[in-house]
Design a protein around this ligand. Structure first.
Ligand SMILES: Cc1cc2nc3c(=O)[nH]c(=O)nc-3n(C[C@H](O)[C@H](O)[C@H](O)COP(=O)(O)OP(=O)(O)OC[C@H]3O[C@@H](n4cnc5c(N)ncnc54)[C@H](O)[C@@H]3O)c2cc1C
Length: 349
């Protein structure tokens, strides 16, 4: 920890009196801050981040506005159970509708392009399993989406060496990640949230007064009645008791490809590989399943939590809350989980 020069009287006033302090200015932290501020307009709500803006998945993601492909849903069912997997799909679906209602489609560059899950010839057995389970999944999820989400569709126009049918969903789309972040940040600022970058929080301490103290690596000390941790994959660095495993995700963007034959989202390999059109370029991400050990790291090159796909929205102690572990679909989840957390704070503070 650095030692600061003495703070002036004015600087000390500036850093006094946070009622609610949120660590992490990603899309979850900022939306949570906005909802809390709207609940209590007269309370000081601050968000700090280690970076000048945000340095996490919210500004580095692929911009998929999606809820889970058939392969991912079956994978989730095999790891948990049907109810949990469907509930997660529903949360993402409703979360995206809420996000679009909050910020507006045009403002965040949303396009409902639809998306395919595609299969190489080596994936034939997986394709057969998915096709055999599609009706069952569709019948359950129809009540969530108002229509059957998945259908088999020819891939012949995609120009890819894949099986002749893929699983298509018309329901998903894409956002422009930077526009979404901009709108989320503007909305928080307009609500009166104070955002401060360049403050890297150390693990919090509870004071005898019941307040929470956060010292930062830069040498600042911030006290607040209520502390909310929204650092996603980095949460266990602050609260080691949390089961959150950081995992690196990679996103690459190609040069322009003249005559690119398709637009939209593509999922492969149970969602571990994904790519989308970006104008005439392709943005490609994922591949973490190819090296699970090597990709489980807090080192930054873009980081996400994927180990467990369910978010943690929880009160950890009196005045201490977390909203973390968004997994690979935090765009869709963020509007809903941030509201849930704000409501939890309201009910319990
Ligand atoms: C490569 C990649 C591609 C993705 N693609 C998609 C996609 O297409 N669609 C989708 O829905 N989701 C996608 N995701 C997931 C999605 O981006 C995340 O779930 C979502 O952004 C999480 O938001 P967050 O606010 O919880 O966390 P983050 O955006 O990670 O924000 C956490 C913040 O905490 C800050 N922080 C961390 N530690 C500290 C500390 N000690 N002190 C102060 N600040 C700290 C970080 O700087 C960061 O700003 C992707 C993730 C990755 C990594």
């Amino acid at each position: 920890m650095k030692t600061l020069p003495n703070l002036s009287f004015w600087e000390q006033q500036w850093l006094k009196n946070a009622d609610i302090l949120i660590i992490g200015s990603g899309i979850v932290g900022l939306q949570t801050a906005r909802h809390i501020k709207n609940q209590w307009p007269h309370r000081e709500v601050w968000v700090i981040d280690r970076a000048p803006m945000s340095l996490g998945a919210s500004t580095r993601n692929a911009g998929f506005a999606c809820f889970g492909s058939m392969g991912e849903i079956l994978d989730d069912i095999s790891r948990t159970d049907e109810n949990t997997a469907y509930a997660l799909y529903e949360k993402r679906y409703k979360g995206l509708q809420q996000l679009l209602a909050d910020f507006g489609e045009t403002a965040i560059g949303y396009e409902k392009t639809g998306g395919y899950e595609i299969f190489t010839p080596e994936d034939h057995a997986e394709y057969e399993t998915i096709a055999a389970n599609m009706n069952r999944v569709n019948n359950t999820l129809e009540s969530v989406a108002g229509e059957k989400p998945f259908q088999l569709k020819s891939t012949s126009k995609l120009g890819m060496k894949v099986l002749e049918n893929g699983v298509y969903t018309p329901l998903e789309g894409m956002v422009q990640t930077h526009l979404l972040y901009k709108k989320v940040q503007e909305a928080a600022t307009s609500a009166g949230v104070r955002i401060m970058g360049g403050l890297s929080a150390l693990p919090p301490e509870k004071l005898d007064s019941g307040k929470w103290r956060v010292k930062t690596q830069e040498g600042y000390t911030l006290d607040a009645q209520t502390l909310v941790v929204c650092t996603n994959g980095y949460a266990a660095q602050l609260l080691p008791q949390l089961e959150v495993v950081p995992a690196r995700g990679q996103v690459l963007v190609t040069s322009a490809i003249p005559g690119l034959a398709w637009r939209g989202l593509m999922h492969a390999d149970k969602g571990y590989i994904y790519f989308r059109s970006l104008g005439t370029r392709i943005l490609i991400g994922g591949g973490r399943n190819l090296d699970f050990a090597g990709e489980t790291t807090p080192e930054l090159d873009t980081t996400e939590v994927h180990q467990n796909r369910t978010p943690i929205v929880q009160r950890m102690d009196e005045g201490l809350y977390v909203c973390v572990r968004m997994g690979g679909m935090g765009v869709a989840l963020s509007a809903l989980v941030s509201r849930e957390l704000a409501q939890l704070v309201k009910e319990t503070r």
